[in-house]
Design a protein around this ligand. Structure first.
Ligand code: NDP
Ligand code: 8X3
Length: 251
């Protein structure tokens, strides 16, 4: 039986690119997200190409919904080999003293708590079976704060610390933990950050060739397929003209 990968936030961007890349490599997929019709379209696309796909529609911020979704997995889908904790977002770019309380709560609930719920629910099965891999989508933003990004950067710093902690706790087991830290990736990320302002979002990627979701999915798949004794612990992936979260040499 082929390995199972569960990807959160698989309806767009990096999550969708991972779904396509892992499907192409023969994994069975559990794709999760909040948009049921989009999940169904992606399931149809991938099954037409011969992949086995199960979709689960839930919001990772809602602990009970998340618990129910994982507890109700059919037996043949319950042995998850790879968990890609991808669902996440940034909201706003105001100075920290002017940020919106609601934006902060959404980022913290999604990027930190959602990742934790998923980890807590899926990893015990991996430990029991003695196999598994957790791939967290962190960010260059977790390495250092940038202007207006304090709370988002803090959530991604938390992803790094949670990945490190989990790796320590799992060190006696064969289970691997990877923290991928992308820089600028052109997805819906900036449109979401600017509350749907497409013009402002476009400017983020002007004067630089940004990364694509595929670039990140390639690294995720590489980490998942590395030999069992190789743990890709952390990878920083930047566009060539980006040097850090705040240094971007626009051409
Ligand atoms: P997208 O906005 O394109 O995709 C985000 C995905 O997460 C969507 O499928 C979205 O679904 C889902 N999602 C958001 N909130 C929730 C939730 N509460 N419950 C379930 N699913 C949710 O952005 P990216 O692909 O760029 O972002 C993916 C990850 O990559 C994030 O963790 C982000 O922080 C990280 N990242 C992105 C970078 C970039 O430059 N793009 C760089 C570094 C890291 P829905 O459509 O329903 O909101
Ligand atoms: C997304 C990358 O630099 O826009 O995590 O914060 S950045």
């Amino acid at each position: 039986m082929n390995k199972i990968t569960l990807i959160t936030g698989a309806t767009s961007g990096i999550g969708l690119a991972c779904a396509r890349k892992f499907a192409g490599a023969g994994y069975r997929l559990i794709l999760t997200g909040r948009n049921e019709s989009r999940l169904e379209e992606i399931r149809a696309e991938l099954t037409a190409q011969g992949s086995e796909v199960l979709t689960l529609c839930f919001d990772v911020r809602e602990r009970e919904e998340t618990e129910k979704a994982i507890a109700c997995l059919p037996q043949e889908w319950s042995e998850i080999d790879v968990l890609v904790n991808n669902a996440g977002l940034a909201l706003g770019l105001e100075p920290e003293y002017e940020g919106r309380f609601d934006d902060w709560e959404t980022m913290i609930d999604t990027n930190i708590k959602g990742l934790l719920w998923m980890t807590r629910l899926v990893v015990p099965g991996m430990v029991e079976r003695g196999r598994g891999h957790i791939i967290n989508i962190g960010s260059v933003a977790g390495d250092a704060a940038y202007a207006g990004g304090g709370v988002y950067c803090a959530t991604k710093a938390a992803v790094k610390t949670l990945s490190d902690g989990l790796r320590i706790d799992l060190a006696p087991t064969p289970i691997r933990v990877t923290n991928l830290k992308p820089g600028l990736v052109e997805t819906n990320f900036s449109r979401v950050r600017f509350h749907g302002d497409a013009k402002r979002a476009e400017k983020v990627y002007q004067g630089i060739k940004p990364l694509t979701g595929d670039d990140i999915a390639d690294v995720a798949l590489y980490a998942a397929q590395a030999p069992a004794h190789v743990q890709i612990a952390e990878v920083l992936i930047l566009a060539t003209h980006q040097a850090s979260g705040s240094v971007i040499a626009r051409q």
